[in-house]
Design a protein around this ligand. Structure first.
Ligand code: 5RP
Length: 229
């Protein structure tokens, strides 16, 4: 089955977790695109009273265009549930995000959410994280020096570029450096080290944040729950 269909089915299943009255965090990416459509449909058909908090300009625009009332994070008391995509998820529910350049805002929204759910197609499930390049959002000033430092550490960094060869910018006007690691044997140790690097605003390792993953599979959407094993 085509990957987009699996993404759509996972997104539609996850939209069932949304309840009337909730404040919902909305992630970013092609899977979340389907989620926003599915939530907007429920708002319309079931007259749900929801407030959305977006993790990117594109998600906010889509949600508003479909009639989901949106607020900024600081305008809400807390987020009840955030649903987001991911680039890789391992069997311990640890993940890599940031393929869509939004992981800084996504992580801020995630840590302010009572519950986080990821929606992925089955190709995103991995034994070991790291095949997908690990994104870092970095301050443009001095980023060449930072890139060299990362190179010296053997972390195989590369700027994320647009099609025209210019450096890709995030919504916060920072650059992305991707680490082409292949395998990340110790995600917590790497995250700790990256947290200490001046100029790195945020890395794409999302550790210990998610307990539920909705996976689009060729046999239909499956809900993986860390509590149920
Ligand atoms: C954006 C993200 C996305 O959630 C991730 O890249 C997955 O995207 P998609 O649903 O398009 O495969 O982290 O920064």
């Amino acid at each position: 089955m085509d990957q987009n269909k699996l993404k759509q089915e996972a997104a539609q299943k996850a939209a069932e977790f949304v309840e009337d009255g909730m404040t919902i965090g909305l992630g970013t990416g092609s899977t979340v695109y389907y989620l926003v459509e599915a939530i907007a449909q429920r708002v319309k058909e079931e007259h749900l009273n929801l407030t959305g908090v977006a993790t990117s300009v594109r998600t906010r625009k889509q949600a508003e265009s479909l009639g989901i009332p949106m607020k900024d994070l600081d305008e809400v008391a807390q987020i009840d549930l955030t649903i987001d995509g991911a680039d890789e998820v391992d069997k311990h529910f640890q993940g890599i995000k940031g393929g869509g350049r939004a992981h800084l805002i996504e992580k801020i929204v995630a840590i302010n959410s009572a519950r986080n759910i990821w929606i992925v197609d089955e190709t995103k499930l991995v034994d070991t994280l790291g095949k997908f390049p690990l994104p870092l959002e970095v301050i443009p000033f001095g980023s060449g020096k930072l890139l060299q430092r990362l190179k010296d550490e053997g972390l195989k960094p590369a700027y994320r570029l647009n099609d025209d060869g210019t450096k890709a910018l995030t919504d916060s006007k920072n650059y992305i450096i991707d680490l082409h690691l292949g395998r990340i044997e110790h995600p917590h140790l790497l995250a700790e080290w990256l947290n200490k690097q001046v100029g790195v605003v945020e890395h794409g390792l999302f550790l210990d944040l998610v307990k539920t993953v909705v996976v689009g599979t060729t046999h239909g959407p499956e809900i993986l729950d860390a509590h149920r094993g």
